[in-house]
Each structure stands twice: as structure tokens, then as C-alpha cells.
Design a protein around this ligand. Structure first.
Ligand SMILES: NC(=O)C1=CN([C@@H]2O[C@H](COP(=O)(O)OP(=O)(O)OC[C@H]3O[C@@H](n4cnc5c(N)ncnc54)[C@H](O)[C@@H]3O)[C@@H](O)[C@H]2O)C=CC1
Ligand SMILES: O=C(O)CCC(=O)C(=O)O
Length: 540
């Protein structure tokens, strides 16, 4: 039974979906903060939220249960993503579900500013019939500047064109061809558009580049009377510059839906003429809320039940088709991580992963994540497929991933190499037949061994009698050998070799000592891998 926590008010359709889904239990706990939030998050496998809750590193402190956080909406700025990633929690959002509603709200604000809708209504509330005071401006024929031509920016552009406005757009990823097909004029900087536009609207996340996009310096460049709208994130316009701009007449109007600190009920702008402000209502339509709630709940359930990752903002996506195609390779990548960690046995600083054959043409990010998870999970508490690459980097371990789509001896194979402390070990694996993971390479020696359960791995001199001696010791101690593989240098005896024995039971310390006393054995280790067919929880 998976437990899901609903942290904000979401549409009833989302709750109905939770009710209707077998194997899911849920609770609604809104307005949580501090210790109460921290404790609650640790009682659930997944949580869904909007912008009413902030997930800080402290909220996730000591969390050992939560596997996914879903934002029913676009902006995940209220979730500390590095902290979530470090804890192995996948963060997903529902892009697209509220795009049209937010674009419509932007346009509602643009029109409200142009026609003084809010103050004119207020004048009637106050008993005044004052037509002169609310002379407006026509939008047709005017120019609008759009910063951020993603989903919402594009919808705003299409509405602006429908209103016979000219559109000038800036987005570092907007190409000339895209601009042409969207019928907008592309500029290279925001400053370039400022003297040309009558309206400015922003549709970007709040980033170091977009913070304070309109500040005091920009006011000198704007066409006097510019009306500015922000339905994206508070802080993109500098608040003091907006106040000064309105006071000086540089700005003809300010419409805000979002604020640097929310909830925000106190701002000098709220009382100034020429403003129109709403309390973060961009996505507040029944349609948008239904869509983001249902989509968000689907994302959570699918991830918890199948491992499918969609719309993740902190890890590579893993759709059901890719998951199905890659499941057996994820499995061997993870097993290789576990194996080389134990076989190397020391501190590592470099990791190399080579995907070869058909698998090299797939999305290998998730394979390297699975390998890193295996590499770290015995030493780093809670390392998993979500956080392992980050944990690796945080430990200064360099990871390189290479691809070679040319097939070698196998349709697909994965080879890994880890180095550190003056020692390098390598291993390769492939999937034979139907779901049979096999070790095909160890420290450069070709062999074919099981890749599960308890393995006794021993590097040795390839001299007569060695296999017999090892077998005798195991036999004398009642330890059954299920399978044996040996790889050696070249075709002749006498060189170095490696043996991998698959054992049916544990090897006591004394037996290991006895084995190590065989002269020809240079190194030996007992390696523990998951049993055949056993998958980590994130892959099952
Ligand atoms: N007020 C509300 O209720 C809502 C607000 N939003 C906000 O709107 C924002 C945009 O949402 P979407 O269009 O869905 O996102 P999106 O990811 O589709 O588009 C964002 C665009 O901003 C561009 N961008 C990033 N940095 C930029 C920069 N420095 N200068 C110019 N362009 C830049 C990106 O290239 C991208 O095209 C989100 O960040 C979200 O926080 C979204 C939904 C509802
Ligand atoms: O949940 C909401 O209504 C806020 C929507 C929003 O800001 C977003 O999706 O980024």
C-alpha cells in the first residue's frame, strides 16, 4: 500500500482519482510548516502540492520514506530540488496543464490595465459615475514585448496577434525560424525591445538572469507610459523600480499576479493608481486545476507503482516504453555497480561507463544512474537511482559515459571501470536469452558467469590444480558451487587468471582464510549481489 500526502487544496477530480486507485491510501494535510511538515513527509511515499507549501532542506531532514514530490503546476521554486535529489526523491511537475489559463489571466490583466477595469468598478462600488477619469487605451496597433517564449509566452503571443498587436519577443532559445512561424519579431536582448514596446509581459522562471529584469536602469530605456505585467514569478521586476516608475510616469501601469514573498497582502503598489493586482490567480481556473491535479496524481501513482518518471525536474525521465526496453539493462548496470564497488574495495575517484550495441542508442542517463546507485548504495545511506549521480559528484568522483552503437560479441553490453587509490577494476555484463544477466568481463578477462547471489571471485596464477584446491576447500566445508567461470590471459596456461564461483551458501571467515592460503591466489573476495530475478524497489 502506497501512502500519498496532499499538501495543498487540489481539485476534487484529483482526490477522486486517489479514492478510486487500488493500493493507494491518502491523507489531506494542508498549511503544514516546520516540524509538523517534516514529520508528515516522513509518513508518506509521495506528496502533491501547489504553491502553498515550501519544501526546504529542513522539511526533508531525516526522511527515509518519501520517494516523490509532485507540483500540481509549473514552478517548482517552492521545492528545494538539491535537497530532494540528495534524499533520492524525484520531483515532477505538470507543465502544460495551466498554460492556457495563465495566458488568459495575463491577457485579462493587460486588458484590465488598458481599460481601468478595477478602479472603474471600484468607483461604482463607491457610488461615483465618473466616465472621464477612466479614459482607456486601445490595444490594437500597440506593441507588446514578451520575455520568455515557452508554453505560456507563446499562448500570450497568439492572443496578442488576435488583438492586432505587434509582438516583439526575447528568449535565448527562440530561433529565427520559430519567431517567423510564431509571427513575432525576435530581438537579442530585453533592452533592445524596451524603447519599442507599449506593454511588457514576462513568462520565465525566476532565475539569477531574470531577477530584477526591470530595475531602475531599465526605466530610463522604456517608452514612456509602458504597461508591465507579471504573471510569472515575483522578483522578475524590481518592486521599488515599479513604484518609482509609476510615480514618475515612466510606467503607465503595473499588473502583478505574483510577489517575491507570498502570501503578500501589503504593498505600496496595491494603493497606487494605474495598478491591477491579483493574489496568484494565473492558474486558478477549474479547468487548469482539474488538469494539474489529475495529471499530478497520475504522475505520483505511476512512479510509485511502476517506476515511470515523467516531467521530472531533477532526474532523467523514464517513460514506460523506455523502462520496459531498458529494465534488464538497468538491472545489469545496477549489479555492475554493486560488483565493482566490492571488487575494488577502496576509495574511488574516476568512474567510466561504456554502453555498447543497441543499448548505446537509448537514453543512457538512466543507466548511468542505475550503475551509480549500485556503486554507492552499500556505502551511502539512501543512495538510489535518483540521487546517486549527484552524490557521486559531491564526493568529487568523476563520471564519464561513452557510447558505441556498433555491436560487439553481444547485441548490447555495458562495461564499467572504476579507479582510485592506484587501483583500477573493470567489469562488463550483457543480458543473455530472456532476462539472464551475465558477467562477461572482469578486469579484462573474458568469461561467462552468473551475476547474482553470492560470488567468490579470485584472481590467481593459471597453474594446474588451482580450481581443484578451491573446490576441495568449499566441498570440505559443505559449501555447494552452483556455477563456475574462469577467464585467463591468452590461450596458454601459466599466466594470470580470474575465477568466479557462484555459491549456494555463505563462506565463513575461516574458510576465506584457508582459500587465501592457496599460493596461486593473489586476491579473493566474496561478493554479494541481489538474488536472480530480484530488482531494486525503484525498478520493480
Ligand atoms: N501565475 C501563475 O499562476 C503561474 C505562473 N507560472 C510561471 O510562468 C513561468 C513560465 O511557465 P511556462 O511558460 O509553462 O514555462 P516554460 O518552461 O515553457 O517557458 C519558460 C521560458 O522562459 C525562457 N527563459 C528562461 N530564462 C530566460 C531569460 N533569462 N530570458 C528570456 N527567456 C528566458 C525559457 O527559454 C523558456 O522558453 C513559470 O516559470 C512559472 O513559474 C506558470 C503557471 C501559472
Ligand atoms: O498552484 C497554483 O495555482 C500556482 C501555479 C503556478 O504558479 C505554477 O504552476 O507555476
Amino acid at each position: 500500500m502506497f501512502r500519498i500526502l496532499v499538501l495543498d487544496d487540489i481539485a476534487q477530480e484529483g482526490i477522486d482519482l486517489l479514492e478510486a486507485t487500488k493500493g493507494i491510501e491518502y491523507e489531506v494535510r494542508t498549511k503544514l510548516k516546520g516540524e509538523e511538515l517534516r514529520k508528515s513527509l516522513n509518513e508518506f511515499d509521495g506528496a502533491i502540492l501547489r504553491s502553498g507549501v515550501t519544501i526546504t532542506p529542513e522539511s526533508l531532514q531525516g526522511n527515509t520514506r518519501l520517494r516523490a514530490l509532485v507540483r500540481a503546476g509549473v514552478g517548482t521554486d517552492n521545492i528545494d530540488k538539491p535537497a530532494a535529489t540528495r534524499r533520492g526523491i524525484v520531483v515532477m511537475n505538470t507543465p502544460g496543464g495551466n498554460t492556457v489559463s495563465t495566458a488568459e489571466h495575463t491577457f485579462a490583466m493587460l486588458l484590465a490595465l488598458s481599460r481601468n477595469i478595477a478602479p472603474a468598478h471600484q468607483s461604482l462600488v463607491e457610488g461615483r459615475w465618473d466616465r472621464k477619469a477612466y479614459m482607456g487605451t486601445q490595444v490594437a496597433g500597440k506593441t507588446i514585448g514578451i520575455v520568455g517564449m515557452g508554453r505560456i509566452g507563446r499562448e500570450v503571443a497568439s492572443r496578442a496577434r488576435a488583438f492586432d498587436m505587434k509582438v516583439i519577443a526575447f528568449d535565448p532559445f527562440l530561433t529565427d525560424d520559430q519567431a517567423e512561424s510564431l509571427k513575432v519579431e525576435r530581438v537579442d536582448t530585453v533592452d533592445e525591445m524596451l524603447p519599442l514596446i507599449d506593454y511588457l509581459t514576462v513568462h520565465t522562471p525566476l532565475t539569477p538572469e531574470t531577477k530584477g529584469l526591470i530595475g531602475m536602469a531599465q526605466l530610463d530605456k522604456v517608452k514612456p507610459g509602458l504597461r508591465v505585467i507579471n504573471v510569472a514569478r515575483g522578483g522578475i521586476y524590481d518592486h521599488d523600480a515599479l513604484v518609482k516608475g509609476l510615480e514618475s510616469g515612466k510606467l503607465g501601469g503595473v499588473a502583478l499576479d505574483v510577489y517575491e514573498n507570498e502570501p503578500c497582502t501589503d504593498s505600496p503598489l496595491f494603493k497606487m493608481p494605474g495598478t491591477c493586482c491579483t493574489p496568484h490567480l494565473g492558474a486558478s481556473t477549474e479547468e487548469a486545476q482539474t488538469q494539474v491535479a489529475v495529471e499530478g496524481i497520475h504522475l505520483l501513482i505511476n512512479y510509485l507503482k511502476t517506476g515511470e518518471i515523467r516531467h521530472s525536474v531533477n532526474v532523467a525521465s523514464l517513460d514506460p516504453k523506455t523502462l520496459d526496453e531498458l529494465r534488464s539493462y538497468l538491472n545489469i548496470a545496477h549489479r555492475l555497480g554493486l560488483l565493482v564497488h566490492q571488487w575494488h574495495g577502496g576509495g574511488i575517484d574516476h568512474v567510466r561507463l561504456l554502453c555498447r550495441g543497441v543499448v548505446a542508442g537509448k537514453d543512457t542517463r538512466v543507466l548511468s544512474n542505475a550503475f551509480c546507485a549500485g556503486l554507492l548504495e552499500r556505502v551511502v545511506e539512501d543512495a538510489n537511482v535518483i540521487n546517486s549521480e549527484m552524490l557521486l559528484r559531491e564526493r568529487g568522483i568523476e563520471l564519464t559515459v561513452e557510447h558505441n552503437t556498433e555491436q560487439g560479441a553481444f547485441t548490447s553490453s555495458i562495461t564499467v571501470e572504476v579507479s582510485g587509490g592506484g587501483k583500477t577494476v573493470s567489469a562488463g555484463a550483457a543480458v543473455l536469452g530472456h532476462e539472464m544477466p551475465r558477467l562477461i568481463l572482469l578486469d579484462g578477462y573474458r568469461l561467462e558467469s552468473f551475476l547474482d547471489g553470492r560470488l567468490f571471485v579470485f584472481a590467481h596464477k593459471d597453474v594446474p590444480g588451482i580450481i581443484g584446491s578451491v573446490g576441495t576447500i568449499f566441498g570440505n566445508n559443505g559449501i555447494n558451487i552452483a556455477q563456475m567461470a574462469v577467464g585467463r590471459e591468452g590461450n596458454a596456461a601459466g599466466g594470470d587468471a580470474i575465477g568466479v564461483l557462484s555459491l549456494d551458501s555463505d563462506v565463513p571467515e575461516a574458510v576465506m582464510k584457508e582459500l587465501m592460503s592457496i599460493d596461486a591466489i593473489t586476491q579473493a573476495k566474496l561478493i554479494e549481489l541481489p538474488a536472480a530475478g530480484e530488482l531494486p524497489s525503484w525498478m520493480s
